[in-house]
Design a protein around this ligand. Structure first.
Ligand code: C2E
Ligand code: MG
Ligand code: MG
Length: 712
């Protein structure tokens, strides 16, 4: 068989061959006359996957047969001499499709040079880039966050639809490709544009900064913006900004917070919120040097309401009480419900005086009569108070102390308030020692009663005696009631002591009666004693055993007895009054009961507290208070006795103001029964003139002597 290249194997074709071999791309030369390959290089053989020799004589159309190539070669055959330059696909000897860049040029009017460059690598990279891009775009679009990518100059490189959605960016604006307009839109849509721009400035100056900020948009949305640097070749080349709409989450958080920090029934803050606010108050106090107060308020006998009127009414009462208390507090004070019937108030700032004033207001509003679903009743509360920093440096300490003070108010008869008494450990031990010694004193019969005369203003006659407890301990000496009575009230031992006083005083009064002195005897009754379920029976029993006519016994009660559990108190007072026993209110004016309130109770006498007498007649406010008590008591048909009268000036003022009786050192302190009998003089039947009808001046003068006698 003839070698197809044989006629061409001449020097010219050898030249071509050498030339083609020197080209970097695949190349072959085609003779225009027959459109067959004259020479080809190794690169062409490699590209097409065949031996170079096999290419010689091959038809140009066979090697590249795209429609463009066919058209070119046809045009050539028709005598045209153009060029073809484009990308095309060639099929290799083993059937692979190769993407190439191909050029065909006419050389010397007789030949065409075909050059082919393999583009399959580039083609692959391009395809990969494209698929990467579309994957990225899909990823961008599928995130729930809005994404914006900018270069170092703030020019927008990419964003997703969510970004436009969160910011409410109009489509037209996005299509304008006006980056400044987009940035303006963002700035105009945040609430605090100045802060937004300032922060952007900072971020732009620190290309490597990661940051997370919360933006509040004018639309009401809350958006979290996170930004990270974008790197290219290890260098920061821009930023990725992601925006997350937190509006719903924040609203949900707020709802959850509101639920976890508030009481479901009253809507008031709960214990957790209180603790948080206390912690803030501690910090603020430490920084500003101010003190604050914590009040713990416990409703008295609330269980009775639940038990007798049902839980629905109980709930209504709690709501009502919460509203009442809130109404008498200042704006910055925090009222919280911290337990079933327990509330707390944080007063910031506040000192002891301010706390006391608030406590009085709270006691007062709570004690206003309630009317719920036809049920009428009066509630009271007990309040314990502690101050920061004097009573404790931590919230736990404050709560503990305020609760402790509240509990001692409960033990002392409820319906009152008390400030925590900072008691050192040593004090607590001496408290226990005192309690122990008191119990010993009762069994060893070391308590005594002294009797202080109650004197009629008009003629100086002794019209009564108040029994006052005295205790001389072998080791401690005389212990004043002001020291041991609170301890006895605290431990509950006051019930036993009070019982002893009752029987002792009644026996003494009965003795005097037998001897012809008809002196009514007044005894002090502690709240706890009064609340004993058998108290009325006990009084009746003591009277019956002694034979003392009941009107000669007077029980001195405190205002707190009336205020706590008014219904129960009313029943008990009614029963005592039925017995014929007289009832008086001791230390009147120091509590917070109004005279109008007293009207409901069968009270015979008010004892104006010593603290209002001491300023007479010079102190205008004492003058006003005493006059007011006298006027209203008279209007209500009650007797009044002034306590602690020490000077003639006080006595004269009281006499002029219409006070009928007094008690005080001016006449006599409390004295033992024998000395008291001497004050009384011989019994009316046995002697004249009776001691009980001395003129006040005379009696007072004699009393001075007695005082010296007694004290000596
Ligand atoms: P109180 O019932 O108000 O008794 C009057 C107190 O004032 C008595 O103090 C009395 O000695 C004192 N006092 C009387 N006149 C004057 C005066 O002119 N000037 C001054 N500065 N003081 C005067 P005392 O005996 O120390 O008793 C103090 C408190 O202890 C009593 O106040 C009463 O609350 C309580 N207490 C005394 N005895 C008993 C008792 O048997 N049972 C109970 N539960 N408490 C008692
Ligand atoms: Mg008294
Ligand atoms: Mg008194």
């Amino acid at each position: 068989m003839n070698d197809p290249l044989a006629p061409a194997v001449d020097t010219a074709s050898a030249h071509w061959q050498a030339l083609l071999q020197g080209l970097p791309d695949a190349a072959w030369l085609v003779a225009l006359a027959d459109q067959r390959v004259v020479a080809a290089n190794d690169a062409a053989a490699l590209l097409l996957g065949c031996a170079r020799e096999s290419l010689a004589g091959e038809s140009a159309l066979v090697l590249a047969a795209s429609p463009e190539d066919i058209a070119f070669w046809e045009a050539c055959a028709a005598g045209e001499r153009g060029a073809l330059l484009s990308d095309t696909v060639v099929t290799t000897a083993d059937g692979r499709q190769l993407h190439t860049s191909r050029s065909i040029r006419i050389v010397g009017d007789t030949h065409a040079l075909v050059l082919l460059r393999d583009r399959s690598g580039e083609e692959r990279a391009e395809r990969e880039r494209e698929s990467l891009l579309s994957e990225l775009q899909a990823t961008l679009e599928s995130t729930a966050d809005g994404i914006l990518v900018t270069d170092l100059f703030g020019r927008i490189r990419a964003f997703n639809r969510r970004f436009a959605q969160i910011w409410g960016l109009p489509l037209e604006l996005l299509q304008q490709h006006d980056d400044a307009a987009v940035h303006n839109w963002l700035t105009e849509n945040v609430v605090d544009a100045a802060a937004y721009l300032q922060r952007l400035g900072t971020l732009n100056q620190a290309a490597l900064l990661h940051a997370s900020d919360r933006l509040r948009l004018r639309s009401g949305q809350i958006v979290e913006r996170v930004t990270r640097p974008l790197y290219s070749d290890g260098q920061a080349s821009g930023r990725v900004w992601s925006y997350r709409d937190l509006t719903e989450r924040v609203a949900a958080d707020e709802r959850i917070e509101a639920l976890t920090f508030s009481d479901a029934l009253t809507g008031l803050p709960n214990r957790r919120r209180l603790a948080a606010r206390c912690a803030e108050a501690v910090t603020a106090s430490q920084a500003g040097g101010k003190s604050f107060a914590l009040l713990v308020i416990d409703l008295d006998r609330f269980r009775q309401i639940n038990d007798s009127l049902g839980h629905d009414v109980g709930d209504r009462v709690l709501l009502d009480v919460g509203q009442r208390m809130q109404s008498c507090l200042r704006e910055p004070d925090l009222l919280a419900r911290i337990g079933g019937d327990q509330f707390a108030v944080l007063l910031y700032p506040a000192d002891g005086q301010a706390a006391e004033a608030s406590a009085r207001r709270l006691l007062n509003v709570v004690a206003q009569p309630c009317s719920i679903e036809g049920a009428q009743f009066t509630l009271t509360c007990s309040i314990g108070m502690a101050l920061f920093p004097s009573h404790g440096g931590s919230i736990d300490d404050l709560v503990r102390h305020a609760e402790g003070a509240m509990r001692s108010v409960k033990q002392g008869g409820r319906a009152n308030f008390r400030l925590h008494q900072a008691r050192a450990e040593g004090d607590r031990r001496s408290h226990m020692r005192l309690d122990h010694a008191m119990r010993q004193a009762l069994v060893s019969n070391r308590f005594r009663l002294h009797y202080q005369p109650q004197v009629r203003m008009s003629d100086g006659a002794i019209v009564g005696a108040e029994a006052l407890l005295r205790w001389r301990d072998p080791e401690m000496g005389d212990v004043p009631p002001s020291r041991f009575i609170p301890v006895a009230e605290d431990s509950g031992f006051i019930v036993a002591i009070g019982d002893w006083v009752l029987s002792q005083a009644v026996r003494q009064a009965a003795l005097w009666t037998q001897r012809g002195y008809h002196v009514p005897i007044a005894i002090n009754v502690s709240a706890l004693q009064f609340q004993q379920s058998h108290f009325v029976d006990r009084v009746a029993n003591v009277l019956a055993v002694s034979g003392l006519p009941p009107p000669l016994l007077e029980l001195e009660l405190t205002e707190s007895i009336l205020l706590h559990d008014a219904a129960d108190a009313l029943l008990r007072l009614g029963a005592l009054s039925q017995l014929g026993v007289k009832l008086s209110i001791d230390d009147f004016g120091t509590g917070y009961s109004s005279l109008a309130y007293l009207k409901r109770f069968p009270i015979h006498k008010l004892k104006i507290d010593r603290s209002f007498i001491s300023g007479l007649p010079g102190d205008d406010s004492d003058v006003g208070i005493v006059r007011a008590i006298l006027q209203m008591a008279h209007a209500l048909g009650m007797k009044v006795i002034a306590e602690g009268v020490e000077t003639e000036g006080q006595r004269q003022f009281l006499l002029d103001a219409g006070c009928s009786e007094f008690q005080g050192f001016l006449y006599s302190p409390g004295v033992d029964s024998l000395s008291f009998e001497r004050l009384l003089g011989p019994p009316p039947a046995a002697a004249a003139p009776p001691a009980a009808s001395l003129s006040p001046e005379l009696a007072a003068r004699r009393n001075q002597r007695r005082i010296r006698l007694v004290r000596g």
